[in-house]
Design a protein. Structure first.
Length: 93
């Protein structure tokens, strides 16, 4: 049985508002959440899927947070929870 793949459409407003690595991170977080019933990906899964280093992953996430576009709920011993609401709203404009 072939698993149906999910898609995320991105509008022009969102593409213009974000740089490439930010947009790529958002799309990965969004697709992961869709395919895993709302779950956020483990940090190492992000690095592996996007083929980026730990440093680069942290830098991109911190940049998104500093722009108030991504909220990250962190708990010791648990995977982070990523809130992509800003991107979702921009993608509907």
């Amino acid at each position: 049985m072939v698993k149906e793949r999910n898609n995320v459409n991105v509008n022009y407003t969102l593409v213009r508002a974000c740089d490439g690595e930010e947009l790529r991170m958002y799309l990965y977080l969004k697709l992961y959440s869709i395919e895993n019933n709302g779950a956020s990906p483990p940090f190492k899964a992000i690095m592996r899927a996007l083929d980026i280093s730990k440093y680069t992953t942290i830098r991109i996430i911190k940049k998104m947070e500093s722009r108030d576009r991504l909220e990250v709920k962190r708990e010791i011993g648990k995977d982070n929870i990523y809130n992509t609401t800003w991107y979702d709203k921009m993608n509907k404009l």
